[in-house]
Design a protein around this ligand. Sequence first.
Ligand code: ADP
Ligand code: MG
Length: 175
Amino acid sequence: MPTATGTVRTMPLTIRLVVPAASDMQALGEGVASVLQPGDVVALTGDLGAGKTTFVQGAARGLGVEDGRVTSPTFTLVKEYRGRFPVYHLDVYRLDRIQEVIDLGFEELLDPDGVAFVEWGDAIEGLLPEEHLELLLRTRADDDVRSAVLTGGSGWSVRWEHLEAAVAQWREPGA
Ligand code: ADP
Ligand code: MG
């Protein structure tokens, strides 16, 4: 459907990417960050070592958080950083973390003016806002290359072309 802002994509909104190195994962995070707005939630899925935290480091830098500050939130459920707007980083790997989110309610945890990154977001899929952006990361057998799939809810359709442009460098050939 054409609109004043361009083409509104229909579902599914998906971008397949190939990320050769950790530095690319950070740059990818920066690229995605360039289209993020207050209230956005980014859910990160993938095994230990897949690059979720690495992505968040780049994204946080893109959002104006001082370099080198973002590490895994080990001792608190939510880490907050000051960027262009508040940046929240959660890791719900452990069951007790999932329970905390269930008890508190995801919406209660965060201020709606911030952007939230949730590692192991698939574990609390049903608690996330419907319109979240998902990044699925997969490792390959013998190298540093990660495959990544970005998926957006329908509310992302108006920004999807901007997102595609921001991550074009890592687009899977032929995808
Ligand atoms: P997670 O948070 O998913 O457990 P991390 O980001 O903490 O993963 O760790 C990923 C590790 O893999 C880091 O040591 C990083 O340097 C390394 N790495 C190697 N190649 C890549 C890549 N292509 N993307 C992301 N990380 C990579
Ligand atoms: Mg991590």
